[in-house]
Design a protein around this ligand. Structure first.
Ligand code: SF4
Length: 597
């Protein structure tokens, strides 16, 4: 008999779909999108539609393995779990005794988005006082810093409100490739008359379907945003009341920066003609509720964080942040108000040595005092995905580096490991996911038992914690207990979430009130409101405070003018102070810091 089980996708993807898995005789035979989830809307992406083949692939690693060939060669022999764990613990303890815990680099990244399967490994490294990964510099650190500089650590507009928009802009966001479940909502907005504009250098699949594609030069998005602001000011299209009430610093930006971004100059920088720039600025300034979906690509250039910052300021200039259907969306994750510190930082030093994710290879080859002598990798494949992968591979090939990789497959990185441990996929253990592109949170239900002798990341972290003598409760708590603690620390209605309800139901929405984008105010007006559905019984940067032409920006933040109206400490300070500090700290291979994301 085929059983249908509702679960959630835990891949690193903003959509975080709700899924229906069909299981027959202990095997997943089909995966489909959940029709009851408003964003998933009954379809999963092409990758996950075939995930049953992935779970039951003959290429899965099914037992622990010990390397018998050269590093990178890929020759291993099977060993038992207790043998593998004994060996890891003996090696790590010897390194801790001679070099201290900084001799171990704990590297767990984002391939599993589960709060427990990712969080417990981070908690293990934190409690050990190991060298930690400054995670995300390969991905979203600069973009997040740019957003935070403009708006603070808050979620952006609810993507479901885009249907109320009268102008939709995908700015550096290839929705059809990376955020496919937003596409039907954009189409609904278009059916209601909203033009759809794509701003990006590539002729992407999304750009091909746009009403208007502006091919901006790579790395010039900030200049384009400032050029739009120049015209908004010149032609009286700013919302002066909103600027006065909800922002600080605009008068200086208007006086000192915008005059330099006239259409002729912006055209030379961006490749967008003056006529197109005028048209775009007028479309934006005259729209009632323009919605900007921000992508992260623009942040992966010099001053990329500043590009995100400049674009995120635009809805503040026209007051679109205060209109249903308007505003901007980079990410939603912080909007859930969850505080994972209980799991991710159970004990151990608040600050430790950090390795810049983008410079893994150099860290493995060059760090001293102590050198990295042991490496643990989970939920990532740095031999392929880290920049300068040739250097990363040289580092991984070091004969004196004791490497453990926990992965469902013998990845390129695993081929360099001394010990490979079989990892369970997200379909093989319980967890919780909260989206970073929508406002839904959902229990990830185990669909089938772990294949072979695979263990989840969470189980492995707990077992290693126990064997290494860590007394923190997280290493012995069950799933429900851990989730209860996660909710207890929340600064949002998630604090009242009942784990039993979450287990029994589908996704829960915790969205801010539409049309009331707030910037970390304590008033509660931006506090997410929960609305559960269905009651299912069924189944942050390498940025500097510079404009595109090299002069420093004055602070301009979309925030209450009164510091006392802010609830998040970093928003109490001028944005430029934050950015200057981050800029200097992200550039190197390693630094001291508080931990990985
Ligand atoms: S679109 Fe994203 S969240 Fe949805 S099934 Fe595919 S990978 Fe998972």
């Amino acid at each position: 008999m085929i059983q249908t089980i509702r679960t959630a996708c835990a891949h690193d993807c903003p959509d975080q779909c709700s899924l229906l898995a069909s299981v027959e005789n202990g095997r997943v035979v089909k995966i489909q999108g959940d029709p009851e989830h408003p964003m998933t809307a009954g379809f999963a992406c092409a990758k996950v539609n075939r995930e049953h083949e992935w779970v039951h692939s003959p290429e899965r690693v099914l037992t622990p393995l010990r390397r018998v060939g050269a590093k990178g060669e890929g020759r291993f022999e099977p060993i038992g779990w207790s043998q593998a764990l004994d060996e890891i613990v003996v090696q790590w303890k010897a390194i801790f005794a001679s070099d201290g815990p900084l001799g171990l680099l704990g590297y767990a990244y984002s391939a599993h988005q589960g709060q427990l399967n990712r969080g417990l490994l981070l908690g293990l490294f934190h409690a050990l006082g190991a060298t930690r990964l400054q995670a995300g510099t390969v991905c979203d650190s600069a973009a997040e810093a740019g957003w935070d500089a403009a708006c603070g650590s808050v979620g952006g507009a609810d993507p479901e409100t885009v249907t109320e928009s009268d102008l939709v802009i995908a700015w550096g966001a290839d929705l059809l490739t990376t955020n496919v479940h937003m596409w039907p909502l954009v189409e609904r907005a278009r059916a209601g008359g909203a033009p759809f504009v794509v701003i990006e250098p590539r002729r992407s699949r999304t750009a091909e379907r746009a009403d208007w594609h502006l091919q901006v030069n790579v790395g010039t998005d900030a200049a384009l945003a400032l050029g739009i602001m120049h015209i908004l000011v010149r032609d009286g299209l700013c919302d002066r009341g909103y600027l006065e009430r909800e922002t600080v610093g605009f008068s200086r930006l208007e006086r000192e920066v915008l005059p330099r971004f006239d259409p002729a100059r912006v055209a030379r920088i961006t490749g967008v003609s003056p006529a197109d720039l005028e048209r775009l600025a007028h479309m934006y300034g005259r729209a009632r509720a323009p919605f900007i979906r921000l992508g992260e690509g623009m942040s992966r250039c010099v001053n990329g964080g500043q590009a995100v910052r400049a674009v995120a300021l635009l809805p503040g200039v026209t007051g679109a942040y205060a209109r249903v259907g308007g505003g901007a969306l980079l990410m939603t994750a912080t909007g859930f108000g969850l505080d994972p510190a209980f799991i991710r930082k159970p004990s151990g030093p608040a600050r430790t040595r950090l390795v810049n994710h983008s410079r893994l290879g150099r860290a493995l080859l060059e760090l001293t005092d102590p050198p990295i002598r042991a490496l643990f990798v989970a939920a990532n494949n740095p031999a392929v995905t880290c920049p300068d992968s040739a250097t990363a591979r040289r580092g991984l090939a070091r004969k004196d580096l004791f490497t453990v990789v926990h992965d469902p497959f013998l990845s390129d990185t695993a081929r360099y490991a001394d010990i490979v441990l079989p990892a369970a996929t997200y379909l093989e253990s319980d967890d919780l996911v909260r989206s970073y592109g929508t406002y839904y949170m959902q229990f990830v239900r185990q669909v089938v038992p772990p294949q072979g002798e695979a263990w989840s990341n969470a189980r492995l972290a707990q077992e290693l914690g126990r064997r290494l003598g860590l007394a923190d409760p997280i290493f012995s708590m069950d799933t429900d207990g851990l989730l209860r603690e996660l909710f207890r620390g929340a600064r949002s209605p998630a604090a009242e979430m009942d784990v039993k309800d979450l287990r029994a139901g589908g996704a829960v929405k915790l969205a801010p009130e539409p049309g009331h984008q707030r910037f970390a105010t304590p008033s509660g007006t931006n506090v997410p409101r929960p609305s559960a559905f269905p009651s299912a019984s069924s189944p942050r940067p390498a940025i500097s405070r510079r404009t595109p032409r090299g002069r420093a920006w004055p602070p301009f933040v979309a925030a209450p003018a009164s510091p006392s109206a802010c609830s998040i400490p970093r928003m109490r300070r001028p944005a430029d102070c934050e950015m200057a500090r981050r800029s200097s700290s992200k550039a190197g291979t390693a630094q001291s810091g508080s931990g990985s994301a």
